[in-house]
Design a protein. Structure first.
Length: 294
């Protein structure tokens, strides 16, 4: 069975399709394709408080293209979810209605807690060591989601309005870091050792370039080395010399800053980078609903 997820993020839009097989009663999820369009809704939403008509038109065209691909690939079910950029835009609901009129695709604008729930609904909890405590960290353009996991349970989950595009646009003040800092200090005090789980395109790229790809880990030291190395290049050099995509070359530094901040105050020395995110969570949830007959 094929399922698909449309993730309308602050930096980019993604269409993920997966094939799901049953193996001894357990589902096996196999990625078939991932298409990414760097629309950057957050640039307007966070700066101007709304999304322009021209950007909304582009959004609708991308959604229509995604829908055509979904219909051509015999998808059993799909869902479209929008995150920080759409939920913070004053005309987010209006754009959602426009897209539905023009494409027939219903967009679900998810709040921070719902976003975190979707992100960790990808069954990663089942594959973790029950004796350890993990902090799932998803860094996006407009927000950062944190989920504390232990013994196959989610102990805590919260979204914070700190994201890569907001940092680039100087929309994050020192005071915005205080709540997350206090929370992390509390985690560090309560739990002896916390292992990080990094999620998002930026940490995936950092892991690929600087991490232990065979062991599947990225240390705090490697993360700091990555930041210093990337920061030694200009934006243009990160594109031309390091080969980063233009829409990745600018946000990768603030993303690394966020991960370093979290690792410092939570005492995280090692990150797992399973290369999963919101789109994966949407598909896992769609599959569960399908099996339950919803």
């Amino acid at each position: 069975m094929r399922f698909a997820a449309i993730d309308i993020g602050s930096n980019a839009m993604r269409l993920l399709t997966m094939n799901v097989f049953a193996n001894n009663g357990k589902p096996i999820f196999k990625k078939e394709s991932l298409i990414r369009i760097p629309l950057r809704l957050g640039e307007e939403s966070f700066m101007d408080g709304r999304i322009s008509d021209s950007k909304a038109d582009k959004l609708s065209k991308v959604i229509q293209a995604f829908k055509n691909l979904i219909e051509a690939n015999d998808i059993v079910h799909y869902r479209a979810c929008a995150t920080a950029a759409m939920r913070e835009a004053s005309n987010g609901e209006e754009i959602m209605e426009k897209v539905f009129r023009e494409t027939g695709v219903k967009i679900e604008i998810v709040d921070g807690s719902r976003e975190a729930q979707l992100i960790y609904s990808n069954q990663i909890v089942e594959s973790l060591d029950g004796d350890n405590t993990y902090l799932y960290i998803d860094v996006g353009g407009g927000s950062t989601e944190l989920s504390l996991l232990n013994k196959e349970k989610v102990l805590f989950s919260q979204s914070f309005p700190i994201g890569t595009l907001k940092i680039l646009n100087n929309q994050v003040d020192d005071a915005d870091w205080t709540p997350i800092m206090n929370l992390l200090k509390g985690f560090k005090k309560e739990y002896k050792q916390i292992i990080g789980i990094g999620s998002g395109g930026n940490i995936n790229k950092i892991f690929k370039l600087y991490g232990d790809t065979e062991g599947g880990t990225l240390t705090q030291k490697q993360l700091l080395e990555a930041y210093n190395h990337l920061n030694s290049y200009t934006y243009a050099e990160r594109v031309t010399v390091l080969g980063l995509k233009p829409d990745r070359a600018d946000v990768i530094l603030p993303a690394t800053e966020i991960f370093l901040f979290i690792s410092r105050y939570a005492g995280i020395r090692t990150f797992l980078v399973p290369k999963i995110g919101l789109s994966d969570g949407i598909i896992h949830q769609l599959y569960e609903e399908h099996v339950a007959g919803k």
